[in-house]
Design a protein around this ligand. Structure first.
Ligand code: AMP
Length: 393
């Protein structure tokens, strides 16, 4: 892995692929954490005496659309980076070429939304080549799009001998490695969320790596049904029942212990204010649906979490968006915090569990909280991401 620390960027114009795809509500950026995540890389290059040409997408525009213009975020970028940042009104046109060629050491240019060109997502070679000509070297710091073979995330790498992992990309890759290939035992994976089908490739991969797997949340009910339980109206994917049985068998063969819930807090309706009751996981009332982990489940999960030295968490163990059914996911966060305090390495990755730790304000208690949803999931599936591969070749 060639990282930015191994190079002095003095007098270099550096194209940095960042992920500034931030949420915007009524012209206001509501969460600047993706911009903050790129600051370390940008600061290092500027302090070396290099200049930065920032490339990012914003949303999913169809051609040029004002609502996805980088003008919407430029003030937040300046504020977070605490530096003057120029903006070009195109990506590979006259304006960006002129502004890039006039950049002085320490200066920063943000290009217009790279997805205004359909060539970006198509991974067009010629577009990547034109983009590459704006700079002398390339840094990828956009973990969130590293699973896409797009022009600015992957193809552009072909045109540089000097290409590097940015600080964020480096941290993400090291955190995944710490779990998947050099984790201290016992290694625990906690998988939750609604759909078992979306987690099957992860389960199949991690079963070869971990010692324990906790399965919670909506996806656990398909396992309960596979084991002959009555799950009432709980969420279930019938087409996955046989696969659940195969996974249980494969776990046994690999000496991996699967921990399923023992009980669940169940409600009559999918509603925060619906009346609720605790049921044994194998015998849920016909009119009820599982909404959150029950008290016995939490006690059993707590034991496993506290004995683990490496913990991967993907997916909530209940409908945490409803305050009345968020207790299980919150408790899990607390146990992982305690285990981390005692020296375990904890990685939280993949959309909703990241949203949960942020909502509960415990992100700083985890060893690492990933910034990439799809990219993290594909990494956990054991795939090498194209954006990362391109930097290595
Ligand atoms: P996923 O995207 O598959 O990780 O699923 C995350 C979603 O799973 C969250 O929106 C949770 O509300 C949902 N979820 C977790 N537990 C349950 C459950 N018991 N029933 C329905 N949805 C659930």
């Amino acid at each position: 892995m060639r990282t930015i620390d191994q190079f002095n960027f003095c007098n270099q114009k550096v194209i940095i692929r960042v992920d500034f795809n931030v949420p915007i509500d009524k012209n206001t950026v509501t969460d600047t954490s993706r911009i903050e995540a790129a600051k370390q890389t940008i600061d290092k290059i500027c302090s070396d005496g290099g200049s930065c040409i920032l490339v990012s997408h914003l949303g999913r525009p169809n051609g040029f659309q004002d609502e996805f213009s980088m003008r919407k975020i430029i003030d937040s970028v300046k504020k977070v980076l605490d530096k003057k940042v120029l903006l070009s009104n195109d990506v590979i046109g006259e304006d960006s070429t002129l502004k890039a060629s006039n950049l002085k050491p320490g200066e920063i240019l943000l290009l217009e939304n790279v997805r205004f060109h359909k060539e970006e997502t198509k991974g067009d070679l010629n577009f990547a080549k034109q983009l590459s000509q704006l700079g002398d070297c390339y840094v990828n710091d956009a973990f969130g799009t590293a699973h896409r073979a797009h022009a600015s995330t992957t193809i552009i790498s072909k045109f540089f001998t000097n290409k590097f992992f940015g600080k964020l990309l480096e941290k993400e890759v090291l955190a995944i490695k710490k779990v998947m290939s050099s984790g201290q035992k016992p290694i625990l994976a906690i998988l939750g969320g609604a759909k078992i089908s979306s987690k099957i490739p992860i389960l199949k991969n991690i079963i070869k790596i971990v010692d324990d797997i906790i399965i919670g949340g909506g996806m656990s009910f398909t396992f309960s049904k596979a084991l002959g339980g009555n799950i009432g109206k709980s969420i279930c994917e019938d087409s996955m029942i046989d696969i659940c049985r195969d996974i249980l068998k494969s776990a046994e063969k690999n000496n991996v212990k699967i921990h399923l819930p023992l009980d669940a807090i169940c409600s009559l309706d999918f509603d925060n204010n619906s009346s609720s009751e605790v049921f044994d996981i194998m015998n849920i009332g016909d009119d009820y649906q599982g909404m959150d982990a029950g008290p016995n489940t939490l006690k059993s999960f707590e034991k496993v979490i506290l004995k683990s030295k490496t913990i991967l968490w993907n997916g909530p163990v209940g409908v945490f968006e409803f305050p009345n059914f968020s207790n299980g996911t919150k408790a899990l966060g607390k146990y992982i915090s305690e285990s981390t305090d005692k020296g375990a390495f904890s990685l939280v990755g993949g959309g909703d569990s990241v949203a949960a730790v942020k909502a509960f304000g415990i992100q700083n208690n985890m060893s690492y909280v990933s910034t990439g949803g799809g990219a993290m999931l594909e990494s956990l599936e054991g795939k090498t991401l194209p954006g990362i591969n391109a930097l290595l070749s």
